[in-house]
Write a protein that binds this ligand. Sequence first.
Ligand code: SAM
Ligand code: SF4
Ligand code: SF4
Length: 387
Amino acid sequence: MPEKTQQRIVPLIDQRGKPHTIPVPKVIDDGQLQANGLLSDARGRPLRDLRISVTDRCNFRCSYCMPKDVFTNDYPYLPHASLLTFEEITRIARQFVAHGVQKIRLTGGEPLLRKNIELLIQQLSSLRTTDGAALDLTLTTNGSLLTRKAAALKAAGLQRITVSLDGLDDSVFRAMNDVDFPVQEVLDGIEAARAVGLGPIKVNMVVKRGTNDNQILPMARHFKGSGVVLRFIEYMDVGATNGWRMNDVVPSAEVVKRLQQELTLIPLEATQPGETAQRWGYADASGQHDKEAGEIGVISSVTQAFCSDCNRARLSTEGQIYLCLFASQGHNLRDLVRGDCTDAQLSAAISHIWTGRSDRYSELRGSEGSAPPGDGQRRVEMSYIGG
Ligand code: SAM
Ligand code: SF4
Ligand code: SF4
């Protein structure tokens, strides 16, 4: 049955769970609690990557993320006063960086819809890791506003960018974004990003069986040799509104197999621990990696869990820290920063939250896609905590 005629009844309620309240650490022994970049969680995983959602709104309605029938004009989007200000975000980010974060990704919703996002980028780009290095500062966007914004983002200090693009065929792409947005404008956005030196550029394609899997090969052909790294993402059971079914997932192994029918790919080593994508390089005639032709990546969040080295924390638009993409509750940092807590207390709170982390949803998910036993609460939406 075509996807658009399927009937689903999704109650229109606020998807955001009630956050854990974090007691403000009262007594701080600086000697003991000083951040030293070495924080690790209950499973020994370090804290390296912070994803910051800057808005819960988006101008697209991708069916796997913000289905149109749920995210209507009446949806209870966050009021402006609930959003963390840029100063609050930077203050929180500074403490995360002191605890070991090396990479910050801005996301959403659609991050380029947040007014004056360049000012936040400017503030974040001045932060330094515990080794004194610049942060790896990046942003994930649907690309719709990139032609207009690329130069200002670069000037503000953004280093690179990831663009989501689910197909090259215009009708397939318009159906995926579900707001009839033309593919050419996103391709122009990618060119604009390249022209101003935002690189290396990554392109993310979520693959949904029967919807855009016929775009796997055209996308690979298009980006081969372009310097853009194309990554295929397994459609995930994130949130509670997208009507996810295991049958809609195209496993990464199948994606690679389909590509190999036409293109010669060899596996490449991971560049860093905690990397979500498995890398495959295009091979030359002698079977070696042809660097000019480039590489692709596959992100197997469903069929091959990578929780064991997951080093990512997520800061929601309204200041909740989520320890897993599939969590139903966050930890309320906004109340701390809007209260009278000191930076040392904020740092101690982050330390307390991360050291207690044991999340590993994907590892516990059944091989057939069944959800692990949880706390019975609705999982938070991707558009709220970002991808
Ligand atoms: N709006 C921006 C965009 O689309 O790039 C940033 C936010 S979006 C939530 C971040 C990433 O999550 C996108 O690459 C998107 O394709 C991906 N995503 C959203 N829902 C997903 C799902 N159910 N499974 C896999 N990836 C998903
Ligand atoms: Fe918007 Fe990105 Fe979600 Fe698509 S994936 S609806 S572009 S937030
Ligand atoms: Fe990390 Fe949670 Fe994804 Fe596992 S399921 S990789 S813990 S975000």
